[in-house]
Design a protein around this ligand. Structure first.
Ligand code: C2E
Ligand code: CA
Length: 508
């Protein structure tokens, strides 16, 4: 089926706008999904980092520092003991204060005099075979509840009270105003740090990590704030990527357009300079070895002498409609060559030739009997869209020409319907099928079916692409006698064709 787009659909500026807008629309469509994905990824990463820090540092306070302190303390609360308590290894930022409590009841802290504290609950566990009590302090007016570790060495204790408001800073550094962290010790009431009221937000997410060494569960929560931060980050990346893709697509499109335009201009110039010339490929009857006709295959001999093969310009010429003036030009030359050509000569046409009635126009301006030796080859490459018009044209032209042949038969979908509806009774068997002769190719069965059909329906058949003696013999045995192919000759310039005729008659 052929689509006939309205002209405005082909406007390059419309294409450019679409190429520009589409990546941006696509980016906008992807944004919510990518944001959720990125938010979850970042959330999980942050939770893992918090949990790793928490576990490795005993809530930010290193277990090995305690072991070292127990080894170095004199347990007399003298100035050396106090200095040791005050050393950075025992009093990092997470430590609010650290206090040594001796068996005889004396106490001293890193700030000198003992500090009074109150725990609401506590529980004991062993960390690396060291007895540790973990306790939560009672909230005071100026400070939140926090965690204390009480390390035992015999009757002596080292009490480390952590400053868990440090977590507010940690959370804030990770993402300001995004997270709430719940530190849940089994049997102790959990501590909450960071933002509150996240449960009310639309994009609430929550996940937990259990840290077995401390028997603590860390639960992290996040909401809209994290979502919007990720949305803007993802949005910027997507927007920049969409712009880059859009620019590249537009550049690519305009390069392609200008190549097309320049190809169009070159062909037009070629037409006005009559650079398109006919080559002829003889078609031989294998029984007599004589030329029965030839296919005209156009060549573009450019002003610089380069001979351009059809596959480099025919597709564009057919798409753009420039094939019509090319055929006109070439038909004129075929008409001039006809007196010296043997048999018929077939010219490749496209659907538009029929739909626009161009062939009958040509015949009316060439009312000469020699035009009766012209045959036309029609492919399904560009399907006919206006069948009535095409049929009327074929009816008008059939009495004036040699015949119409269906080109590349068997390669398209509508071959049989073309034969039936247009009343064509000559087929060209495509090279694709001739190639299967003598091979295991499954298309060999199709070749036999095509030949059987052609014979049954009394079609005139020409086999294309005949290259070997074996193919000649196989086709002849099946009743296909008209052969075109390199076995006999390549397409030839007019003068070379005459030499070919000469050589052939010399051989006979
Ligand atoms: P086609 O009509 O199928 O033409 C047959 C093609 O097969 C020709 O290629 C011919 O050179 C090639 N050929 C013939 N025998 C053999 C063979 O034994 N072995 C091999 N390997 N190839 C063989 P060419 O000349 O390059 O033409 C290519 C296509 O261009 C043609 O295919 C035809 O569809 C198109 N074409 C050529 N001239 C015109 C024209 O004036 N108008 C239109 N609309 N199309 C044309
Ligand atoms: Ca052809």
């Amino acid at each position: 089926m052929k689509w006939n787009f309205p002209r405005w659909c082909l406007n390059p500026w419309l294409h450019t706008s679409l190429l520009f807008i589409l990546p941006i629309l696509l980016a906008s469509a992807l944004q919510p999904w990518l944001t959720s994905y990125s938010m979850e990824k970042r959330f999980t990463q942050d939770l893992d980092n918090i949990a790793t820090d928490f576990a490795s540092g005993l809530d930010g306070f290193e277990q090995r520092n305690v072991e070292q302190a127990f080894a170095e303390l004199s347990f007399s609360c003298d100035s050396e003991d106090i200095a040791l308590l005050n050393s950075p290894s025992l009093s990092p930022a997470i430590v609010r204060f650290i206090q040594l409590e001796l068996a005889d009841g004396r106490q001293c802290s890193n700030i000198g005099p003992p500090v009074h504290y109150q725990f609401d609950r506590f529980r004991s566990l062993f960390i690396d075979s060291q007895l540790v009590d973990i306790a939560t302090t009672v909230a005071a007016n100026d400070r939140a509840r926090s965690i204390a570790y009480i390390f035992h060495l015999g009757e002596q204790r080292l009490v480390v009270l952590t400053n868990s408001s440090v977590y507010n800073e940690t959370l804030s550094t990770l993402c300001h105003g995004c997270y709430q962290l719940m530190i849940g010790y089994q049997g102790l009431s959990s501590l909450e740090r960071g933002v509150e009221d996240l449960l009310q937000t639309q994009t609430f997410i929550e996940d937990s990590r259990y840290i077995s060494v401390l028997d603590v569960t860390l639960t992290l929560r996040a909401g809209d704030e994290l979502y919007w931060r990720e949305a803007s980050r993802v949005g910027i990346v997507l927007f920049i990527s969409a712009l880059i893709v859009a620019f590249l697509a537009v550049i690519f499109y305009w390069n392609w357009q200008s190549a097309r335009v320049s190809m169009g201009m070159l062909i037009q110039k070629g037409i006005s300079r009559k650079e398109f010339i006919p080559y002829y490929q003889p078609i031989i009857d294998c029984r007599s070895g004589e030329v029965v006709g030839q296919e005209m295959l156009v060549r573009w001999r450019r002003f610089d002498g380069v001979l351009v093969q059809p596959n480099q310009f025919i597709p564009y010429a057919e798409d753009s409609g420039l094939i019509l003036p090319i055929t006109d030009l070439i038909l004129e030359q075929v008409y001039q060559d006809l007196p010296q050509l043997k048999g018929w000569v077939s010219v490749n046409i496209v659907a538009q030739h029929l739909e626009l009635g161009l062939l009958s126009q040509w015949f009316s301006s060439h009312p000469d009997p020699r035009a009766k030796r012209i045959s036309f080859e029609l492919t399904e490459r560009k399907p006919i869209t206006q069948f009535e018009l095409a049929l009327a044209e074929m009816k008008a032209v059939t009495p004036l020409c040699h015949d119409f042949k269906l080109d590349d038969f068997g390669t398209g979908f509508g071959g049989f319907s073309y034969l039936q509806r247009l009343g064509i009774n000559s087929i060209k068997i495509d090279k694709m099928f001739t190639d299967t002769i003598g091979t295991q190719d499954l298309k060999g069965a199709v070749l036999d079916a095509i030949i059987a059909f052609g014979r049954e329906s009394q079609m005139d058949m020409v086999a294309e692409g005949v290259e070997t003696q074996a193919q000649v013999e196989y086709l002849a045995a099946k009743g296909v006698y008209q052969h075109q192919g390199y076995f006999y000759s390549k397409p030839l310039a007019f003068e070379d064709l005459l030499t070919f005729y000469q050589n052939l008659s010399n051989k006979m």
